[in-house]
Design a binder for this molecule. Sequence first.
Ligand code: EAX
Length: 325
Amino acid sequence: MTLGRCFAALLSAVVFGWGGGAAAQTLFKMGHTLTAGSHFGVGGAAFAEAVARDTGGRFRVQLYPDGTLGAERELLEGVQEGSVDLAIVSTGAVGIFVPETQITDIPFLFRNYAHARSVLDGPIGQEMLALFPKHDLIALAWGENGFRHLTNSVRPVRVPDDLKGMKMRTMQNSLHVLTFATLGARPIPIPFTELYSALEQHAVDGQENPTPTVVKSRFFEVQKYLSLTGHFYSPALVLMAPARWNALSDSDREIFRHAAKLAAIAMRNEVDRMERDSLALLRSAGMEVTLVDQALFERAVTPVYADCARRFGQDRIDRIIKYRE
Ligand code: EAX
């Protein structure tokens, strides 16, 4: 046995408690698609810290950023099957698994961060979390990805017409695809893990994401124009594999739920912090930032609202729009 292997064996003996003396430690793998320093990374770190602290080190959460455990759809499948223990995902692909959540992906649904956060933390959001177990997923808490804005490498987008014919990467989300098709763009769903190279190779002209992601995933290197459209609010979710959840005691479940709430707070704080700096950072990195009249874009997606009313029921949509804490 080489020294390295010997050390690895010793390390796993300590981690898994096979060494006799060491207390048993249970390991959980948590995946996400953003960078370690992103708002998902910060949220995951807060989660891991709370679990380790509150279980006295019995449980350890290891973070796998950058899609190393898979892109979001794969992460969702992994969590269902139990090959991935925990994940932080946007709602991008979640609608494939829990169709009711797609209501959160309606364009211009949420007025601002306070509105979105209070809806998700209130009865509407909590009722949605309760739907996950019947789809073989445990949703511990809503977190945050942020308001999405457009970037592209072709021209400044000031009005909806500027999007005509533009190849826009979207998430794997039918409502997002419909929205961009309605705007006259050519929507192309691509997993986030393949997005940078798709932009670099001009397989698509543009993409849309919260500005902290445009910074942390370095899209400014391959995109010239940013338009502050804020067309979708993008929630995030802290998910857990049912098999792992079912094996927890009631008190450990409380610890995991609490850790997920702390993760959500950490994500939201990081989005707030990053948003304060991101425009200056992106401008200094050479991006041209365009302020747009969001009402023009909202009007241009009007046909989407009729479809959403059929899909979700206008009463459910109104309940979100009118929600006051
Ligand atoms: O979940 O796919 C996306 O554009 C998401 O915003 C990103 O992966 C974070």
